[in-house]
Design a protein around this ligand. Sequence first.
Ligand code: GLV
Ligand code: MN
Ligand code: MN
Length: 410
Amino acid sequence: MTIVVDRLLADLEALAAVGDTGDGGNCRLALTDEDAGGRELVTGWMRELGLDVRVDRIGNVVGTRAGTEPGLAEVMTGSHIDTVRTGGRYDGTLGVLAGLEVCRALDDAGIRTRHPLAVAFFTDEEGSRFAPDMLGSLVYAGGLDLEGALGAVGIDGALLGDELERIGWAGDAAVPGPAPHAYVELHIEQGPVLEEAGRVIGAVTGVQGILWQELVLTGQSNHAGTTPMRLRHDAGLVAAATVTEVRRIVASAGEPAVGTVGRLRLHPDLTNVVAATATLTIDLRHTDAAELAGLEAAITAAVDAAAEAEGVTVDRRDLARFEPVVFDPAIIDLVERVATEYGHDVLRMPSGAGHDAQMIARLCPAGMVFVPSVRGISHNPAEHTDPADLEAGARVLHDVLLELAGAVPS
Ligand code: GLV
Ligand code: MN
Ligand code: MN
């Protein structure tokens, strides 16, 4: 017996019912009641599988299937079950639920492993409510201290530590967590590359560098009818310039550079008042750290020039700053070999999205398996991956984990 895709699909559907947005999508922003509902469901499945469940102080959950040799570190898989506000049903959930299906398949086949096999879901991977993204796995890996993480303030003004307590998921397992023996995560690609290349499996080579900044632009509010254009200090104008400069500078750098202004709020946000302040975010990514730094400098200079011309001040705050990550060559080779044995023509590719694997890579050899996203759409209710591709990815994950954990002959 191996992966049974109908069980995986049933679990994906059951989890998608929690925080269902009614349009095919999901909203389980980190540490909301919906996130708590998802946690209950998935942890219940872990317990049904006989996994030993631990919850750490930042709310990461790890379910472990015992190994046969005492003292060996866990081979870990997993991902996240929180979503962006307008999320789909596969981002993150696939990696967690496929991990559980791997455990089920091993149980069916009566296979034990030398190393324990752990399935994890990490708190607040999306960073949509509390920055930075990959917060839980970053804390697990020791890249952010617990106090700092608990003190993160959400876009709704809530404190992360309060919300973690409120929903009852502040556990007692220590952070940083124990280093796994290896970590491999299955995830949807969330972009168009595999589909365009006609491939089913991507062996992920690494994750591009990520910079998130919040800008607060401060001008002066004034009457829209009486203030001559020459006397304005319009924060809205500089916000608009930021949007267009990010697009211009990043597009002229060419692929794989990407830049986004995804949040923009004007104050007082009224038809007949010149905007006093604008609060906006920049999400900037590149596979090369030096290129990323160059883009950041160019955007900073362009925004500062626009602000100066308008008599507006600029305050910047980093929300996330992560170097590009290169995955372990032996894991990349293993993913490619296993997928090739299943008859897949594998594409080696970097990840455009951030993932928990990039944080756990600080602790142990790590890698990822990608499956295609239909039309490359993600962070959108229309996010979809064909069941056959989900099955293919889960089978590759199964064999990769089994090889890393060491099957014990029965
Ligand atoms: C996180 O998932 C990101 O890539 O934004
Ligand atoms: Mn994800
Ligand atoms: Mn995501």
